[in-house]
Design a protein around this ligand. Sequence first.
Ligand code: NAD
Length: 429
Amino acid sequence: MVVDAATGKTKPEQGGHVSALDTALTQFEAVADFLNLDENVRCILRVPKRELIVHFPVRMDDGSIHMFTGYRVQHSLSRGPAKGGIRYHPDVTLDEVRALAMWMTWKCAVVDIPYGGAKGAVTCDPKALSLKELEGLTRRYASEISIIIGPEEDIPAPDMNTNAQIMAWIMDTYSMHRGYSVPGVVTGKPLSVGGTLGRVEATGRGCMNMAREAVKHLGFSLEGAEVVVQGFGNVGSVAARMLEERGCKVIAVSDAVGGVYNRNGLNTRELIQYKENNPNFWNSKGCDQITNAELLELPCDILVLAAMEGQLTEANAPRIKAKTIIEGANGPTTPEADKILENNGVLVVPDILANAGGVIVSYFEWVQDLQYYFWEEREVEKRLGTIMRRSFQQVLSSSQEKKVSMRMAAYIQGVSRVVDAHLARGIYP
Ligand code: NAD
């Protein structure tokens, strides 16, 4: 059964598929029940505050015009401007963006940074576009959503298949509309236009911080711990490298096509370099090939999920052998899988905590942009570590005190802070 956003009532799943929105709403109802939230508050938080759908033309290299569809969803603005990435993906839907926007609201609240949640997307296959077409698409999308974004309203950032260059085009397009430079309109920008040191590594570094706290709690250390990483993009590759640098043995990593495995440990730096010049891992020397399904079920100490939603389900959760799971990706575990992992004693550090490093350093970037005063990298790392450790400890204490999972404890912390803001502000008018 899944939750209907409009009514809050449960309804049957469609074809057994649990979408990201189904997961997000089920998680929200569970925490709302735990907090005994009034229906008058639930009905506000179940749906996004604002949704913009844009259909726009892009001139392709062959002279033809192609129509694209993009979204920007602002789930909540109660605690501050909305914040969330922009995803380019051929299968992305409005419901997926709604789920991702809701998760951003809880994430910003759980680590207590003064933002609401948003997310954006364009349904496209960026790999099929030339650089010129990608720039054209980005600038037109930025122009279309410029009516609801801005440093005080909604601040986008990179997500899957978007990067610092794309953020620079968005910043430039927005600034051209205004007639002056507005660096604070997006984060994850290149350093040359107001980016911050440490942003590229932030989410992976945060995952490493969370893995360190999780194993400490479980009574062992990173030294010699066996690590498996699904997804070897920005988040997964940085997390893998940083964990290896702290003494872990990274035994398997994967991308969308498949993965590589070596029981004696992989050299993640070499793999990162190899991947820069090769589309996938399959041909790496000294490694066995492994499918994503096999990789997830490998015996290991730490499993970092850094790819997509819905990777751990009712079907594979009983076979997961990791001692702790660090959710670098958003929504990688379905609610059914969550229950199984909890019963099996797997410590899951939930996405809204585990991958918050990205939005925390985005917040630092925005603060620096607004002040036109930039910090040294060790200042960024130190402040990031402080917030992540503090948030982990708060969530862990709450989970022990209330005898609930880390996910439920994180949701209790995040949702309660958003509810407090709503109640303090009241209903307008
Ligand atoms: P990315 O595009 O840089 O990398 C994604 C990686 O996942 C790639 O290696 C890709 O090949 C792999 N992948 C895609 N589909 C897969 C599949 N079905 N099975 C296995 N691997 C698959 O993206 P990213 O920025 O690293 O983001 C990864 C996840 O982390 C996403 O869920 C994103 O929302 C989340 N996240 C990213 C950030 C950030 O700062 N980049 C912050 C918070 C959360």
